[in-house]
Write a protein that binds this ligand. Structure first.
Ligand code: NAD
Length: 695
């Protein structure tokens, strides 16, 4: 038998130790091994009781994600659970670290549970759009009060040992060594010679009328689950637990699981889960590539981005020297950071002492020389090549050997920036998103000469900063902004053709985007896009825009910050209000351009916006700017408010079917400004072959 489980007998108690690192994932081998040892323990007359224990870190993290796409072999977890129920001897789960998903279901099918003080218990399946499929929905509400069980299962949030004890999910909190405590606990149980309390035989913990209770729970959960199907299916299972015999309830659970696991929402959430774990895999940079130590950082430019980047470093405990040109600017930048933390403290989400600790890690400076002992220097000054090159020339002169020189540029050529130094191997792009202390996305821009160790170090650092680092090659806008430009271009054409900003935004939002293009523009500042377009008119005369965006900007309507943009804003209020002046301006423009308007459906609006992303994404993929389609999806999921249940633009296109996507694009080619729609060759090829972006 494999050694994912160890078996020993101590004082007449069988100790079944799970040893399947890193998290005791309940893969094929582990399930079979547990089953075998349970039978062995039950059959051995010298054994009086048994306990299952994992590592200090993990009792079990549930299903083994490494086996998700592999065939499952017998026994299933519910068959192991049946064996647990069939045990004639007391069976105890000794939970050190986390017991999650199938791991908690394994513990729930034991007769007793004892947990280390730091243990965490939960059923997080809902976060992947599914439900606990091995009796969890039936056993949990028999052990803890129904309302608590529903909350745990529909949010997926775990609870600490102390709370679990309070609710009745664990019988005892272990003091000292977990195994010794569990052995002591088991001996006590044996002394009492009680009948084994099987959870399946217990009464569900619900007082009062189930009908009224579940009507109310359904209403509440429907509100919170925002169109995701799993939470309500879980409520249905919980209701079955309350009203049906155990085995019938388990059938409801199995049916619910089967339905959810094939839903697009669950597929999208699982795609996202795996996509996040993929981003750090770089084909020519193996995982054992040596990395450099990053113990100290410096940030040049204490503006919007520099401040947020400095916060990201100190939040991760990395001291940072923050540099701007004058005392005034550096103090202003530092004050903003202070205010930012103070707001978090006042909301009760950060302790004052932690705020002080973090601020204490920031050193203010006005000279680039002060960055000389930093292991990484992130430049976040104005978006101008001459300014950036000048900084990098200076950094080349003062930075210590081996320091990583990073630029936060959003559009400029990282290779050109690197040319200003004699160490282009140390230069890389770190494109944070605004607000940099909040947004999870970090585009890591790999220059032509960026060293592999520099790339590996930056990816590792990105994770340490709690970001999702995604590699991008060098191109204008990198992955995210290059795609969003095509999306923005379509949004303006939609206005030309007859839509209002609020119609476009409403359609986008209804589909699931966090906000529509015009609300987003007003938030980011319309001057930014205007500047980019003005540059494009020079550099890329082939790139066509509706001039309606420029007209708005020419009036000084830069969005929220000026109180007017595509919408108008009341002082102190961020709610976008439709503005007849904007409607007038748009219709004037249509008249001048002699554009025939027409009614445009919400469906077309969404297709035009999303397929513009998809088509550009396909080009980015083909050019090797992105390593894989799922990286593009992660960029949109973590940086652009793309709805998780759609799985990202490339995954969404896969679910629609690439042939269908291509057909729509070909239709758009015949419409207004159709020349901008050139189907990406990769899209054409995959559509023809009946394939997907995410293979
Ligand atoms: P900002 O204008 O808010 O801040 C720039 C700061 O750099 C200012 O405080 C300025 O005084 C300082 N600075 C200028 N020259 C300097 C020098 N020689 N030495 C030291 N400090 C200097 O700009 P921002 O919005 O923070 O943008 C900074 C960079 O980040 C740009 O490259 C921008 O494209 C990029 N970026 C911005 C965003 C965004 O949403 N604002 C998002 C991603 C990337």
């Amino acid at each position: 038998m494999s050694d994912v489980v160890h078996y020993a007998v101590r004082d007449g108690i069988a100790v079944i130790t799970l040893d399947n690192p890193p998290v005791n994932g309940l893969g094929n081998a582990l399930r079979a091994a547990i089953m075998e040892r349970l039978k062995k323990a039950d059959a051995d007359p010298a054994v009086k009781g048994a306990l299952i224990i994992g590592s200090a870190k993990a009792f079990s993290g549930g299903a083994d994600i490494r086996e998700f796409n592999q065939p499952r072999t017998k026994p299933d977890l519910f068959e192991v659970n049946d064996q647990q129920d069939a045990m004639s001897k007391p069976l105890i789960a000794a939970i050190g670290g986390f017991a999650l998903g199938g791991g908690l279901e394994l513990a729930l099918a034991c007769h007793y549970r004892i947990a280390a003080p730091k243990a965490q218990l939960g059923l997080p399946e809902v976060k992947l759009g599914i439900l606990p499929g091995s009796g969890g929905t039936q056993r949990l509400p028999r052990v803890i009060p129904m309302a608590e069980a529903v909350r745990m299962m529909t949010t997926g949030n775990s609870i600490p040992a102390e709370k679990a004890k309070e609710l009745g999910l664990v019988d005892e909190i272990a003091q000292g060594d977990l195994l010794e405590a569990a052995l002591g606990f088991t001996k006590n149980i044996l002394k009492q010679a009680k009948k084994n309390p099987r959870v399946r035989d217990m009464k569900p913990r619900l007082e009062g009328d189930p009908k009224a209770f579940f009507a109310q729970v359904r209403e509440q959960v429907a509100k919170e689950s925002k169109g995701y199907p799993a939470p309500l299916v879980i409520v249905g299972c919980a209701e079955a637990a309350a009203t049906l015999p155990f085995d019938e309830g388990r059938k409801v659970e199995r049916d619910g699981f089967a339905k959810l696991v094939v839903s697009n929402e669950s597929k999208a959430l699982r795609h996202m889960f795996f996509a996040e774990r993929q981003t750090s895999k770089i084909p020519d940079v193996p995982e054992d590539t040596p990395t450099r130590e990053v113990k100290k950082a410096a940030v040049i430019g204490a503006g919007t981005m520099g401040g947020g980047i400095a916060m990201s470093f100190v939040n991760a405990g990395i001291p940072v020297t923050l540099i701007d040109t004058t005392e005034e600017f550096i103090n202003k930048g530092f004050k903003k950071i202070q205010d930012n933390y103070a707001a978090t403290v006042s909301k009760g989400r950060l302790k004052q002492e932690d705020m002080d600790k973090r601020l204490g890690l920031i050193k203010k400076a006005t000279k680039v020389e002060e960055a000389k002992d930093a292991d990484i220097i992130v430049e976040a000054v104005f978006e101008r090549m001459d300014v950036k090159q000048d900084i990098f020339r200076k950094l080349d002169a003062i930075a210590k050997p081996g320091a990583i020189l990073a630029s936060n540029t959003s559009t400029l050529d990282v290779d050109k920036i690197a040319e200003a130094t004699k160490r282009p191997q140390d230069v890389i792009g770190t494109h944070f998103f605004s607000p940099a202390n909040v947004m999870r996305l970090l585009e890591v821009v790999r220059g032509k000469k960026t060293g592999k160790d520099v790339l590996a170090t930056t990816m590792k650092l990105g994770k340490a900063l709690k970001k999702v680092p995604v590699v991008s090659g060098v191109c204008d806008g990198f992955i995210g902004n290059r795609m969003i430009e095509k999306y923005g271009q379509q949004s303006l054409f939609l206005l030309d053709e007859g839509c209002t900003p609020q119609q476009v935004d409403a359609a986008a939002q209804k589909w699931g985007l966090a906000m529509g293009p015009f609300t987003m523009g007003d938030m980011a500042g319309l001057d930014i896009g205007w500047e980019i377009r003005k540059r494009r008119y020079q550099e890329r005369p082939d790139f066509v825009y509706s001039k309606v965006g420029d007209r708005i900007a020419e009036l000084g309507r830069f969005g929220q910050k000026t109180g007017k943009g595509w919408y108008r804003y009341e002082p102190g209020n961020r709610k976008p209000l439709p503005d007849p002046e904007v409607d007038k301006l748009i219709s004037q423009y249509r008249k001048e351009q002699n554009i025939q308007t027409r009614a445009i459906s919400d469906e077309e609006i969404v297709e035009r916006l999303v397929y513009a992303l998809v088509n550009e994404g396909a080009k980015i993929l083909e050019e090797g700017i992105a390593l894989r389609a799922s990286d593009i999806d992660m960029v949109y999921l973590t940086g652009y408010g793309f709805p998780p249940f759609r799985g990202g633009p490339m995954f969404y296109a896969d679910t629609v079917g690439l042939e269908k996507v291509l057909n729509s694009i070909q239709t758009f080619q015949k419409g207004y400004q159709g020349a901008v729609w050139k189907p990406a060759p990769l899209l054409v090829k995959l559509a023809k072959e009946g394939k997907k972006f995410n293979a």
